[in-house]
Unconditional design. Structure first.
Length: 58
């Protein structure tokens, strides 16, 4: 990332687009957990977590 500061990314998911804040200093292979942005739970339960694996271009 340019300058090593925080950044953001956009992603698509079945529920619609999602904007993700990427913390400064993150490296390729690290995982960001987004609580309750995953698939809906069974029988009307709360949604699960969405895990995003980061790839940083130099």
């Amino acid at each position: 990332m340019s300058g090593g500061g925080p950044s953001s990314a956009h992603a698509r998911r079945p529920g619609g687009p999602l904007r993700i804040r990427i913390p400064a200093g993150i490296r390729t292979g690290q995982v960001i957990r987004l609580r309750e942005f995953g698939a809906p739970g069974r029988h009307g339960g709360a949604p699960g977590n969405l895990y995003v694996t980061v790839h940083v271009d130099d």
